[in-house]
Design a protein around this ligand. Structure first.
Ligand SMILES: C[S@@+](CC[C@H](N)C(=O)[O-])C[C@H]1O[C@@H](n2cnc3c(N)ncnc32)[C@H](O)[C@@H]1O
Ligand SMILES: Nc1nc2[nH]cc(C(=O)O)c2c(=O)[nH]1
Ligand code: SF4
Ligand SMILES: [Mg+2]
Length: 207
């Protein structure tokens, strides 16, 4: 498996925000979101075996497997199994364009799937068949860059009722005012969240 980086941090996104978490960032992505803050993970990476990864992962209970796009890695199911065996609670970040049915149903796995809004330039890659595999422990993240994205996200959740948690965030992770006001005014069952790691450390990699 191609690994970009490992690091310990605070979970900056989604329903586990604020929890000390160990990150495994895979390398390689099949999308090119206009606003991606992790372009350094799009290519390259170090070929690493699952055994080697398990040696490197520290004893933090919470692990976030991300990328790049982790579901591109053919031995991802094996890594997930090994992390579960090691008693880890896992968040898997995936871009929604790859079939998530390969991820085992397990109370210790949160599937964190993006639905890409138009400003990403990748909204035609959203795999609608994925929605059926998301349960109430999972989350769908919409990264919103403008009014078009906000209307897209609101229409999407109205047309596709799901049990999963819905997160609205901003491109850049910080400027939530307009999103928050729309969510309040429209009484949406949505969580409005920043990228906490950018508030703590600024917009840089490996945190
Ligand atoms: C770097 S991606 C890696 C996982 C997967 N490729 C995906 O897109 O979900 C992890 C998360 O960071 C978010 N993200 C990337 N760039 C961002 C930005 N500039 N502002 C806000 N969120 C961003 C993505 O939307 C995704 O939820
Ligand atoms: N602290 C921190 N939390 C995160 N949650 C999801 C991330 C990602 O890049 O997938 C991320 C990240 O890059 N850093
Ligand atoms: S899918 Fe994720 S890693 Fe890939 S370009 Fe988009 S935000 Fe970046
Ligand atoms: Mg990140």
């Amino acid at each position: 498996m191609k690994i970009c980086e490992y690091f310990g941090s605070i979970q900056g996104e989604g329903i586990t925000i604020g929890i000390p978490t160990y990150f495994i960032r895979t390398a390689g992505c099949n999308l090119r979101c206009e606003w991606c803050d992790t372009a350094y993970a799009w290519e390259g990476g170090m070929e690493t075996s699952v055994d080697e990864i398990m040696e490197i992962v520290d004893d933090t209970e919470n692990v976030c497997v991300t990328g790049g796009e982790p579901l591109l890695q053919k031995d991802m199911p094996e890594l997930i199994d090994r992390l579960l065996e090691a008693g880890k609670r896992i968040v898997i970040e995936t871009n929604g364009s790859k079939d998530i049915s390969v991820i085992p149903k397990n109370d210790n796995i949160i599937i964190s799937m993006d639905v890409k809004c138009p400003s990403s330039g990748m909204s035609d890659k959203n795999l609608s068949s994925n929605l059926r595999y998301l349960g109430k422990k999972d989350q769908i993240k919409f990264v919103i860059g403008n009014h078009v994205d906000l209307n897209y996200a609101i229409r999407f959740i109205r047309e596709n009722p799901v049990d999963a948690n819905i997160i609205f965030g901003a491109v850049g992770g910080m400027d939530l005012l307009h999103i928050a006001e729309e969510v309040i005014n429209r009484k949406l069952n949505v969580r409005v969240l920043p990228q906490l790691h950018k508030i703590i450390w600024g917009d840089k990699g490996s945190v």
